[in-house]
Ligand binder design. Sequence first.
Ligand SMILES: [Zn+2]
Ligand SMILES: [Zn+2]
Length: 427
Amino acid sequence: MAAWSRVNSSSPFFALHFIWVRKCTRVVRCIRLLAFDVSDARKFESEIIKIRRKIHAYPELSYKEYETSAFVARKLRALGMSVRTRVGGTGVVSLLKGAQRGNVVALRADMDALPVTENVNVPFKSTRPGVMHACGHDTHVAMLLGAAMLLSKRRNDLSGQVKFLFQPAEEAGGKGGAKLMIEDGAMNNPKVDYVFGLHISGTEPSNVFALRPGPLMAAPDTFRIRIIGKGGHGSAPHEAVDPIFAAAQVVTALQGVTSRLVDQREPLVVSVCSIHSGTKDNIIPDEARLEGTIRTFNEKTRSQAKKYVRQVAESVSKAFKARAEVEFKPDEYPVTVNDPTVTRRVVSILRKIHGTRTIESKQVMGAEDFSRFLQKAPGAFYFLGTLNPSKGCVNTNHSSEFKVDEDVLKYGSLSLANLAYEFGKTN
Ligand SMILES: [Zn+2]
Ligand SMILES: [Zn+2]
């Protein structure tokens, strides 16, 4: 304002200046501000951190999130929201009704910890040996409760309804909490129009949101191969059928699935991560057992990879007179696919959060059962970085030394609250 008032109306530059001012006003009008900004989030920041620390100190493993879900339910009730507990086990679903008509937007946080002994010296270190919030799900619960605090204050100008999904057992694999909650009706009554999930990430820098349209995280398939031979003396392998030799050939040949049998343009990982056989140096055992994982980004590659893993294991074993029995774990979850149109809108909302940056994420070979929610409603899954060497936050999720930069948590709450607010509108 001061700079503008210095322009003299008789100046030959006045007309030009006036046009510039009008253009600026138009630009300012175009940049719509978000419903919640950093100053709103700061009011709840200490409470969000306090919640996170409490959950961090008392971590609970998959399917056993009893104290965590009771704590979540208490917090939600204190905000005046309706709460349904024991959804799909220890899950909690809460509904916040806005004063205006609109869409139903679901926000999800997973609640379970990992069987890891914490190696970080913080005052709120895990009090339970062998159990730690090493994937950061404690932060997800805290950030989603923070979003509930923000949204419940704006009920009167909120459109639609916000459904809060606090999910158990994300780390449990295919039969994890998302499936159980969906089977227990979490995405219906009222039916969810959009669904969003946020994951804290030890590989992205602090204050950075990362996401991408389309396939974001892989589908994980677990295989077990039992190679059956015929035991004998180590000095006379020709009289036995050596399952260890066959297993070694199978491990090597399986790499041909990725390099020779499936289209090279499709991301695919086949890893054998466990191999067990034998008891003594001069005994050829009866069998060998292998276990491994396949990661893919589309259903076609996924079914091809599974078919070829079976084919290679069976044929290679047969070539050495052994027999392979191949099993895939049932109910593995699908690829996490972000809806492209929704993701574009999410990016435009996240980019308006001051103090943060939004970047395009690479595809991640890890997997998430949030993929199941995305099969029920369009939406997006996104990451919030916590990598910050100046605070010693340098280890990745699942590490016993995973340490979170708590200053980013307010941005997580802010992002979830703004997504719910914006996507709740029908126009
Ligand atoms: Zn995890
Ligand atoms: Zn996780």
